[in-house]
Design a protein around this ligand. Structure first.
Ligand code: 4AD
Ligand code: MG
Length: 478
């Protein structure tokens, strides 16, 4: 006798001679006869049929939703609809009870808000198990893509001594006594006495360190957690999120756009090929959710169509300047429907503008490039016009910005000037400047917010529902 997963068994042919052994959690138990058993290996349950006359009543009472059980039985052709095989139970063992009086996950519809409070148990539901299997599969596809394309995986530090990215507020890392920290003569905290002898923070991005490796190993990428202490309580922001950051030597902005587009298409293709059952389940879920919305707000594509649309069509590429022209003259701007009205070149784009371009105007993913220098980071390559930089953002339907990247400033003098303009001391980034001093070259990279990709791939509307234990303002439970 062999131990199988539910996924294995559902693919097998029935045979009464086949005694199988399986462990899992009870999803439902109905009519004192049918156990729907799930072990996480697939969205589908295997039906286990119990002949109640053959088992002790006290034992059968313990088959409740959430209980862990061990079943031995014959794999037979299913009498019911919806499955090829089922298990005729010959032996039943309760491994762990789940008291139905207190077990929070009952076989009924729970709200996502409620399930966030039960994040340790929510993967026992169909939706969250499907989302997290897809999250796992997308991670694998990402590593596979880079591995297949000659990139090295680099681990950039989580604790950083450089505060230069300017991507947002940082979380301090310190082991000084919070109640009684050592002070300087001027009354400020004396960080020379801190663990690292200087002020340190959790990283907001691995980019600057990844650049150092790109300038020796050629093609590298990071995939790790990043931290931002911005107080944005939106459905698209986390204080702890995972970011994928490739960085490539001798690649310009056009190459960067090609890489990002090919990469995104490839990882989405991977899940279309390998995770179809989970995607179909989430597709149906989303279609039901859409039906509750007013007609005008409903999406005209279902989840699978959206994914295929991205994998099969070219992204629209246009400059920031072209986008501003479109936005300035569009209906919602003229009718003052936007919260932020676009009047002039130089305005920072808000999510409402990005979504207008993607969802209403072009109706496809959009890559915007050549942004005004003063709304983008100091390390981006200054164009010859002296006022725009070789930045690119990729905007996705329903999400807005999913990728941010740039060709990097490789000219030492220009970089120094840009740092001086925003008061970044050269001593703080001496190692970053060294890359421009020794063997400098054109290079580029980007950052993909992993949870935003998972949101797009699963059709989930809130970023808190695509990461196991979300960290957001006022919330770090689990
Ligand atoms: O645009 P960002 O800030 O770019 C960087 O950090 C660059 N250093 C990347 C690079 O060029 N290597 O962040 C990149 C992406 C965003 O496009 C977004 O998808 C995601 O990270 N992101 C967040 N995701 C969840 N919660 C947040 N608070 C996020 N902030 C950014
Ligand atoms: Mg950005």
């Amino acid at each position: 006798m062999q131990t199988y997963t539910v996924s294995d068994l559902l693919r097998k042919e029935p045979s009464v001679f086949q005694s199988v052994d399986i462990k899992g959690w009870v999803r439902t138990y109905r009519a004192n006869r049918f156990i729907a058993l799930n072990d996480g290996s697939t969205i589908n349950n295997i039906q286990c049929v119990v002949d109640f006359e053959k088992f002790d009543e006290a034992l059968l009472k313990r088959i409740t939703t959430g209980a862990a059980i061990h079943i031995t039985g014959d794999l037979v052709e299913s009498q019911g609809k919806g499955q090829k095989v089922e298990i005729q139970v010959t032996k039943l063992e309760i491994l762990g009870d789940a008291n139905p009086e207190t077990y929070p996950i009952q076989p009924k519809k729970h709200s996502f808000e409620f399930l966030r409070e039960q994040a340790h148990l929510r993967t026992r539901t169909n939706t969250f198990s499907a989302v997290m299997r897809l999250r796992s599969s997308l991670s694998f596809a990402i590593h596979k893509y880079f591995n297949d394309n000659g990139f090295y995986y680099m681990h950039t530090p989580i604790i950083t001594g450089s505060d230069a990215e300017g991507a947002g507020e940082m979380f301090r890392v310190s082991n000084l006594d919070a109640k009684n920290p050592p002070l300087n003569d001027d009354g400020h905290i004396d960080y020379t006495q801190d663990f690292f002898g200087k002020e340190t923070n959790l990283t907001v991005s691995g980019q600057l360190e990844a650049e150092t490796y790109a300038m020796s190993l050629g093609k590298v990428y990071t995939f790790g957690p990043t931290f931002r202490a911005e107080n944005s309580n939106t459905s698209r922001h986390l204080a702890e999120f995972w970011m994928i950051e490739p960085e490539v030597a001798f690649m310009d902005l056009a190459g960067n756009m090609d890489l990002a587009e090919d990469f995104l298409k490839s990882v989405l293709k991977h899940i279309l090929e390998h995770n179809r059952e989970d995607l179909d389940f989430l597709d149906t879920r989303l279609q039901n959710e859409e039906k509750t919305k007013p007609q005008a707000e409903r999406s005209d594509m279902n989840l699978i169509e959206k994914l295929k649309f991205v994998t099969e069509n070219n992204f629209m590429r246009l400059s920031y300047t072209e986008a501003i022209d479109i936005l300035r003259n569009c209906k919602p701007n003229k009718k003052k429907k936007f919260n932020y009205i676009i009047n002039e070149w130089g305005a920072d784009l808000q999510s409402e503008h990005e979504r207008f371009l993607v969802e209403k105007h072009f109706k496809c993913p959009v890559i915007l490039f050549d942004y005004p220098a003063n709304i983008k980071a100091f390390y981006m390559r200054l164009n010859d016009d002296g006022k725009t930089v070789r930045a690119m953002d990729i905007l996705f339907p329903g999400i807005g910005e999913i990728v941010g990247g740039a060709q990097r400033e490789e000219r030492l003098e220009v970089l120094k000037q840009k740092m001086a303009a925003i008061d970044i001391p050269e001593e703080d980034l001496w190692w970053y400047l060294d890359l421009r001093k020794y063997g400098t070259a054109v290079h580029s990279g980007f950052g993909l917010g992993f949870e935003r990709l998972v949101m797009f791939a699963t059709g989930m509307g809130n970023i808190r529902d695509v990461i196991p234990f979300p960290r957001t303002p006022q919330n770090a439970e689990f």
